[in-house]
Design a protein around this ligand. Structure first.
Ligand code: ASP
Ligand code: MG
Length: 413
């Protein structure tokens, strides 16, 4: 007997029948003697559809605007609100007591950063009261309210943040994340056919992988789970198989050299050519890029003989519209021979594993796998538990397959 928080993503609640099936799963957990809190996403593609509508209405005016963020959140929270009500009805129809709550109704307070708000606190009392009355509590994911009472959302995929935050404040025994795949894979199975489901992975490895585009879990949710040491179990809502457990690192994990590989396909490289080689130049570039809220992946600087430097960095392709004006302004400011080159045909292939801390030769093995296929490495970056190579986008899928083979990720070691 314990406390379980379950989350059902959009596909797992996409229609009435799936909402019924998800309800059965929550009821089954309750009947085993657990207290159960359920977090739900908007049905199917609802959030995308609402975003699309918002874009459409904004295009009619004489000046095109981006949907204002406060109103966007006002719109998007409706998606999850539909699901909670339907799920509470589905459970009651099955003869079980259940109650639904919006973010505001459980006092899930956030800051005022509309569309990407951060959770500040949750009033757990209301939830516990209902659990103690024997009810299943259903909470709308992805949403909160500001102290003034305006509704906010937590960024795309934000129901996971709700799941983990509830797990932390309620001190849940486990957070179950139900989705439409069996768990986390050694690589994207759409690209690597032999990719294998991982049984257990550490928070840090999962953080690296989700930062690299393994999109089952929002990075922020994993950070939160790590901070509060909440065990996460990612599993398929269509079957009863064990999924992937994301947990604190154990010594045994270091036996596995590489746990997973990932490919980030949409990387753009920006190169300043012939910038003045003097103190403060890099500081200027990266503080301005940072102020525009653009995350820089990796940086290379090379020095010329003529007292000028090349500074290259990579960003997500989707950040290019925000980066361009900043970069153009900097080129003007540096003056002289400084220019800029944009290359948007890059990809990044990476391997991740806590075992890298104790095993040697990992980088060599990765580079050889790519060399054997004549794939040129444009740049290399490493962290304690990750090695990444920037390659041409067209080489990406082959590169991912090659490193997956090189580290024999299709077999358990
Ligand atoms: N419905 C929101 C989205 O699609 C939140 C979520 O699904 O986690 O991003
Ligand atoms: Mg969704």
């Amino acid at each position: 007997m314990g406390l379980i928080v379950q989350k059902f993503g959009g596909t797992s609640v996409a229609n009435a029948e799936r909402i019924h099936r998800a309800s059965l799963r929550a009821i089954a957990a309750k009947e085993k003697g657990n207290q159960v809190v359920v977090v739900v996403s908007a049905m199917g593609d609802t959030t995308d559809d609402l975003l699309d509508l918002a874009k459409q209405v904004c295009e009619f005016g004489p000046t095109k605007i981006n949907p204002p963020k406060r109103e966007l959140d006002q719109l998007l929270v409706t998606g999850e609100q539909v699901t909670i009500a339907l799920m509470a009805m589905a459970m009651q129809a099955l003869g079980h007591q259940a109650i639904s709550f919006t973010g505001g109704q459980i006092g899930l307070l956030t800051d005022e950063a509309f569309t990407k708000a951060r959770i500040q606190s949750i009033n757990k009392q209301r939830i516990f009261e209902q659990l103690d009355e024997g009810k299943i509590v259903i909470v709308a994911g992805f949403q909160g309210v500001t102290p003034e009472g305006d509704v906010t959302t937590l960024g795309r995929g934000g129901s996971n943040a709700t799941l983990v935050a509830l797990g932390a404040v309620l001190k849940a025994d486990v957070c179950e994340n139900y989705t439409d795949v069996d768990g986390i894979y050694t690589a994207d199975p759409r690209i690597v056919k032999q990719a294998r489901k991982i049984d257990r992975i550490s928070y840090d490895e999962m953080l690296e992988l989700s930062g690299l585009g393994a999109s089952v879990l929002q990075t922020r949710a994993v950070e939160f789970a790590k901070k509060y040491n909440v065990p996460l179990h990612v599993r398929n809502s269509q079957n009863d198989h064990e999924g992937t457990w994301i947990v604190s690192e154990t010594p045994i994990m270091e036996h596995i050299v590489v746990s997973g590989a990932a490919l980030k396909k949409d990387i753009t490289r920006i190169t300043f050519t012939e910038v003045p080689d003097r103190p403060g130049v890099a500081a200027k570039i990266f503080s301005e890029i940072g102020s525009a809220n653009i995350v820089v992946d990796d940086i290379i600087q090379t020095i010329n003989e003529e007292k000028t430097a090349y500074i290259s960095f990579t960003i997500d392709k989707s950040d290019l519209p925000d980066a361009r004006p900043v970069v153009d302004r900097l080129v003007k400011e540096f003056g002289g021979a400084t220019n800029v080159v944009f290359q948007d045909d890059m990809a990044k292939v990476s391997v991740v594993g806590v075992g890298m801390r104790v095993h040697t030769g990992v980088a060599g093995r990765m580079f050889k796998a790519l060399a054997d296929l004549s794939i040129n490495i444009e740049n290399i970056t490493t962290s304690e538990i990750k090695i990444s190579c920037i390659v041409k986008r067209e080489d990406g899928p082959r590169a991912l397959q090659a490193v997956h083979d090189a580290f024999e990720l299709h077999t358990t070691h």
